[in-house]
Structure formats: C-alpha cells, structure tokens
Design a protein around this ligand. Structure first.
Ligand code: ATP
Length: 232
C-alpha cells in the first residue's frame, strides 16, 4: 500500500472536521474523495500534508507522516494542489513550474516537457505572469507545478472549483491521461460525476466520516447509493 490512513481525526478547537477516517491507496490507483461543502475533504488533504495536526495514523511508503513536519512531506513524493491554486502571481508560468520541481531535484527539460505535453496552453503562455491567467489556466499551472516535483502521489483538491465547464473538461482529460500513465492520484471533488468517471475507486465523505466506498462504476450503478450519498 502506498498511502494508508487509519482512524484519522482532525479537530479545530472544539469542532470535529474528521472523525475516524480510514482510506488506502495502492501505487498506480486514481482514488476519489467526494463530499459536499464542509464534509472534510480539505482537512484530510491538510492532514496528509502536515498542515493541520491529526490523530490516528497516516503511513506513506512505510513512513509515518504524522511524525513529520509539513516542509518534510513534499520531498517524500507527495504533491498537494490546494483548493484555490496558490501560484506565485508575479512570476511567469515557467518560473512557477521551476519552483515546483527545484525543492525536490535538479529540474531538467523532461520535467517541463511532461507538463507542456499535458497542457499545451501553458507552453504557449510560458512567459505570462501567473496572476494574469484565467482560473482554468491557473489550475493547469498548479497541476503542472505539482507534477514538476515528480510526485509518487498527486493530490488534487477540487480542481473544477470556480472554473468554466469547457476548461473543466480539459483538466479532467489531463487527469485521465495522468491516470493512464500510471500516476497515483487522490482527487477530492464536489463534482461527483467527473470524479466517478476518472477514478478507479471512490470514497464518499459526509460530516467527517466515510459513509461508503468502492469501485467507482459500482457506486455509480447502485441506485440506493446514488440517491442516498451521491445526489445523482
Ligand atoms: P469545502 O469543499 O467547503 O472546502 P471540505 O469538504 O473540504 O469543504 P473542510 O474544509 O475540510 O471541508 O471542513 C470540514 C469542517 O471543518 C467544516 O465544518 C469546516 O467549517 C471546519 N473547518 C475547516 N477549517 C477550519 C478552521 N481553520 N477552523 C475551524 N473550523 C474549520
């Protein structure tokens, strides 16, 4: 197992955000995490990345992530694309990409080639300042920046949020392409249909707990699950 999470709890003051979440990801899997606003998706990502304290256990490639500091996590091979993207707005796309890789290894042209092949639009605009890109383009740049670190696991937090539908389609095509290349992915989404289509397995999170999980096609075909948990 590449990532193994057991009985994870995250609280903010007295408020419980995650209440005993367990989740596993094997190398090469694309795993989805669906849930509405406030279900706890971002808290789970932050706990994995060491940004918020958590109880329980998170093991990545046999290493205990909860024992590490946040700045020690990326070099292990976890890349987190946060909700809201967080690019450096006054730097070009190219410089944002460079920074994405330079903390983990010496970046070479093959790193840029991988990103530009996936998102040709970024190549066309590589000198443009990131702050002047559209939301969809920024999302591409943020995914690209994460890929520059050659991650073992790519964690995407609501990549479709606030993006025009036509660009969402392009971003999901790219995610499917990464999955087909064998990139391990953890994808959090409110957009249930997109998530089920691209992920091999999906977990459904409600008020901080996993209420059901399984192969995405089985969840999508189960009428009770569709009605009770997926809203489709
Ligand atoms: P969204 O899609 O809105 O980001 P989410 O599924 O990612 O939702 P979280 O952001 O993880 O959910 O939030 C889970 C719960 O924790 C919510 O009830 C939220 O209000 C609460 N929460 C999140 N961050 C904080 C914080 N810094 N302080 C207090 N409560 C928080």
């Amino acid at each position: 197992m590449l990532l193994e999470i057991n009985d994870l709890k995250v609280t903010y003051g007295g408020a419980i955000a995650l209440n005993g979440v367990s989740l596993n990801i094997e190398r090469g899997e694309a795993v989805g995490l669906v849930g509405s606003n406030g279900a706890g998706k971002t808290s789970l990502f932050k706990a994995i990345s060491g940004i918020v304290p958590a109880e329980g256990s998170i093991t990545f490639d046999n290493k205990d992530l909860l024992a590490l500091k946040a700045h020690e996590v990326p070099s292990l091979g976890l890349a987190h694309v946060p909700e809201g993207r967080r690019l450096f707005p006054r730097l070009s796309i190219e410089d944002n990409l460079l920074l994405g890789g330079s903390s983990t290894h010496v970046v070479d042209q093959s790193d840029f080639d991988r990103v530009y092949k996936l998102f040709p639009k970024l190549l066309e605009r590589k000198t443009q300042l990131a702050g002047t890109l559209s939301g969809g383009e920024q999302q591409m740049a943020a995914i690209g920046r994460a890929l520059m670190s050659r991650p073992e696991i790519l964690m995407l937090d609501e990549p479709s949020l606030g993006i025009a539908p036509v660009l969402v389609e392009g971003i999901y095509k790219a995610i499917a392409q990464l999955r087909d290349e064998g990139q391990t992915i953890l994808l959090a989404e409110q957009n249930v249909m997109e998530c089920l289509e691209v992920c091999n397995r999906t977990y459904v999170l409600q008020t901080g707990q996993v209420v059901t999980s399984g192969p995405s096609d089985e969840l999508a075909e189960n009428d009770e699950i569709r009605k009770a948990f997926l809203g489709i």
